[in-house]
Design a protein around this ligand. Structure first.
Ligand code: FES
Length: 236
């Protein structure tokens, strides 16, 4: 089968550019990433896009496909209407074509201290954690930092100070980890201007997450922790 693929081409400014259209021989079970490779390898070597793992793990190939944020490597041709329209993620500066500059995204991510903090002397073998304690943050461990949630958020488009859903998901992952000891510090950080109360609960982030993370639910759990002052019980 043949499909038509329309790609927004630009360099430096996503508003100034042009559409390029390609006819591609494909199979319904092929992925959008395969289409992009075919276009670049067989028709237009100047097309720029980013990928690494090819299997939904690295988060490199987030892009807008038929109006929705998705990973090109996890989106099958059979699930899309033709023409397949592909654009770069919204709200980031474009480097070229589908490659965006994610430095601002990672700056916001780093603000929430996305690592385990615990200076207590470790037990002889490991820091134990019950299945129930692990379950509290199970969902938010699935984040691969593809930015599909953050760039689906209208608040993020309008307010560059906003931490964004992905950084809040990272904060959730560590705040609800019973082994971590910096939960209150992170809570006070995300309660500041540009933090969690900037969210307007539009659910775009949950819709946009290709990993199925309940992003809005995680944000509401963080809000509740700030408002009640209750963190999950730490083991004694
Ligand atoms: S290429 Fe790694 S997530 Fe798609």
């Amino acid at each position: 089968m043949k499909v038509t693929v329309r790609i927004w081409r630009s360099s430096g400014d996503s508003k100034v550019g042009r559409w390029s259209e390609y006819e591609v021989e494909t199979d319904p079970m092929e992925r959008v990433l395969d289409l992009l490779h075919k276009i670049r390898d067989e028709q237009d070597g100047s097309l720029a896009f980013r990928r690494s793992c090819g299997h939904g793990i690295c988060g490199s190939d987030g892009m807008v496909i038929n109006g929705k944020n998705r990973l090109a490597c996890k989106t099958l041709v059979k699930d899309l209407k033709s023409p397949i329209v592909i654009q770069p993620l919204k709200g980031f500066p474009v480097v070229k074509d589908l490659v965006v500059n994610m430095e601002g995204f990672f700056q916001q991510y780093r603000r929430v201290m996305p690592y385990l903090v615990n200076d207590e002397p470790p037990p002889p073998k490991e820091r134990p954690q019950s299945p129930q304690e692990r379950h509290l943050f199970d969902d938010t461990t699935k984040c691969i930092l593809c930015a599909c949630c953050t760039t689906a958020c209208p608040v993020f488009w309008a307010n560059s100070q906003f931490l964004g859903p992905a950084a809040l998901v990272a904060a959730h992952r560590f705040i609800f980890d019973s082994r971590d000891r910096a939960g209150r510090e992170r809570l006070s950080l995300i309660a500041q201007y540009g933090g969690i109360f900037t969210c307007r609960t539009t659910f775009n982030c949950t819709d946009g997450c290709p990993r199925g993370i309940q992003v809005t639910k995680a944000i509401l759990e963080l809000r509740q922790a700030i408002l009640t002052g209750n963190l999950p019980q730490k083991p004694s």
